[in-house]
Design a protein around this ligand. Structure first.
Ligand code: CP
Ligand code: NVA
Length: 311
């Protein structure tokens, strides 16, 4: 019997968990995997592997992209929610992690506090993927940057304007900028700023804060936003509606950005709130590619976490 140590498990809990070199690999694999999908060529490196998906918040894109992606790669999925599992009846997260990870090969979790997914990962025998927490949404930014690259080439040295809440998406953009070498112009209402410590970035050199959202968009290569009220913050809905009224991405903001600037939104979107219909449904918007690419990049991510670098 071999006594060699098992390779360390890699988790994907925040964008900073991978290096620029690993992202280059993932983007290349995602492009190949997408091409195969489009030409009906089978890509089934995960035959007989099982992904458990745990949702403590609602989802359309994350569920469909992980579930369809896993089946396409030859594997299968188990779908759990707080309401239909013992997670909703106060079974400790550590115990749930020990049990679930003995039966599946990979776990994706969408939950509230980042601390919860970290506790799960610490007791898991298999890789854990963050499918959104209050603090981060790394799979979404993975898809967004892949989409940028598809349309415009490398994001290195480019400027991304973030207009809106200093939320999980904003935090993840800041982490990505630090790793991949671009700049984020952040404009949020007072009281909803990004917190560098929560975002987990080392310095402020890859982002710049603007009071005026128009100034954040000036000369940007990509303008992006998100809902005013994220899941879990619904009690603040009315206060947020008032505070965010001037943080609606409109055609003037797109005009002050670079002429070839793209618009992205992780969706779901509220037309007339964080974005004008003319922008999200306009020629600079790539939101549908962005949504589709969730599946392609996550297939590359699952392949990498389970099999390492294959070519
Ligand atoms: N963008 C995103 O994560 O969408 P869902 O909430 O529908 O999964
Ligand atoms: N910031 C949003 C993203 C939804 C995909 C939320 O957390 O609800």
């Amino acid at each position: 019997m071999s006594t060699a140590a098992a390779p360390a498990i890699r988790h994907y809990l925040q964008f900073g968990d991978f290096s620029a070199d690993e992202y280059a690999h993932l983007f290349a694999r995602a492009a190949l995997i997408k091409k195969k999908f489009k030409t009906y060529e089978k890509h089934q490196p995960l035959t007989d592997r099982t992904l458990a998906m745990i949702f403590e918040k609602a989802s359309t894109r994350t569920r469909v992209s992980f579930e369809a992606g896993m089946y396409q790669m030859g594997g299968s999925v188990v779908h759990l929610t707080t309401g239909d599992s013992q997670l909703g009846r106060a079974e400790p997260i550590e115990d749930s992690a020990k049990v679930i990870s003995r039966m599946v090969d990979l776990v994706m979790i969408r939950t509230f506090e980042q601390a919860k997914i970290e506790a799960f990962a610490a007791h898991s025998r298999v890789p854990v993927i963050n499918g959104l927490t209050n603090e981060f949404h790394p799979c979404q930014i993975l898809a967004d940057i892949f989409t940028y690259i598809e349309h415009r080439g490398s994001i290195q040295g480019k400027t991304v304007a973030w207009v809106g809440d200093g939320n999980n998406m904003a935090n993840t953009w800041l982490q990505a900028a630090e790793i991949l070498g671009f700049t984020v112009h952040v404009s949020t209402p007072t009281g909803y700023e990004v917190d560098q410590a929560v975002a987990g970035v080392r310095s402020s050199s890859s982002y710049k804060v603007f009071k005026d959202p128009m100034e954040a968009c000036r000369g940007a290569d990509l303008v992006t936003t998100d809902v005013w009220t994220s899941m879990g913050y619904e009690a603040e809905n009315e206060a947020r509606r008032q505070a965010f009224a001037d943080w609606c991405v409109d055609q003037d903001m797109m005009r002050i950005a670079k002429p070839d600037a793209l618009f992205m939104h992780c969706l779901p979107a509220h037309r007339g709130e964080e974005v004008e219909a003319e922008v999200i449904d306009g020629p600079q918007s790539v939101v549908w590619d962005e949504a589709e690419n969730r599946m392609h990049v996550q297939k590359a991510l699952m392949e990498y976490l389970l099999l390492g670098r294959i070519s």
